[in-house]
Design a protein around this ligand. Sequence first.
Ligand SMILES: [Zn+2]
Length: 343
Amino acid sequence: MSLESFIRAMPKAELHIHLEGSIRPHTLLQLAQRNGVELPFSDEAGLREYYRFTDFAHFIEVWYVINKALQTAADFTLITYELGKEAAEQHTRYMEVTFTPTTTVERLGISYDDLLAAINLGADRAQQEFGVIMRWINDADRARDPELTLTTEQWAAAAQDRGVVALGLGGFEPDGPPAEFATAFAMGRKDGLHCIPHQGEYAGPESIWQAIRLLHAERIGHGIHAAEDPALMEYLKQHGIALEICPTSNVCTRVVDKLADHPIRTLFAAGVPVTLNSDDPAMFNTTLTDEYLLAAQHFGFSADQLAQISLNAVRYSFQPETDKQRMIAEFEAEFEKLRAEHL
Ligand SMILES: [Zn+2]
């Protein structure tokens, strides 16, 4: 028995994962073929090759290309169901999944409500069959007109009865600094949405301060550049603003040169609430379990520390407080049992 088997069996929750970046390679190829969409690859080996990113901008470009394989509402039902199934296989019990609705609504001419209904159909099936719970973060692309963020906010605010919990902001940070989105996020807050921008993934610590001050970010997507600013790390710790850390993603999109340079240890040691996430697992050839294994193998995290990180994902989730407390108690009981069995 070993730390590895403990990690594989441990209960998990994930707060930073994109639906469109989670499409199984086999499914992506099948959908493209069925929908008559030409992609720049024709098999899984070609796809793996295509998923070699030269920089962050290239990653975004590829993200848009693979989105084209998704053509119908039923395609979204399928990829959501499969995401839930794969998560359950890793003992993931709860996920807050990001999708970017304006991109799809514009491209396919289906309504937001129909898109969300299709996604919820897949999630409901996955929950019934595998017990995994999925909630939604609606992401706006910061490279586009900030007006689209206002549209996203309106859709998300009206869909809180259908699993939407938060407004997100993604894309290439230099294209859209936080200030441009202050109005949309203020509306989101007023409407009861949580606020989770990607920030400090590519841009420096000052951009994270802006996301906190101007957008009132409650968690930060990535936020790795906080490690360069001790005062910021202290602020994140004091105010319980968790970082959604995605180590493999950061290396694949080349915002970090190599794994050894990743600041997760610095952030954790400073007491910043850290969570582990897979971001776009299919595009980065990773899984949530792989991220935990990597944290153990490359960064020396112990079983207890990894259990703490897993509990952080529950603690900093946007579940109702009673559900959260119940899940924390369940996880703690399981960790105790798994420690005895595996360590
Ligand atoms: Zn992301």
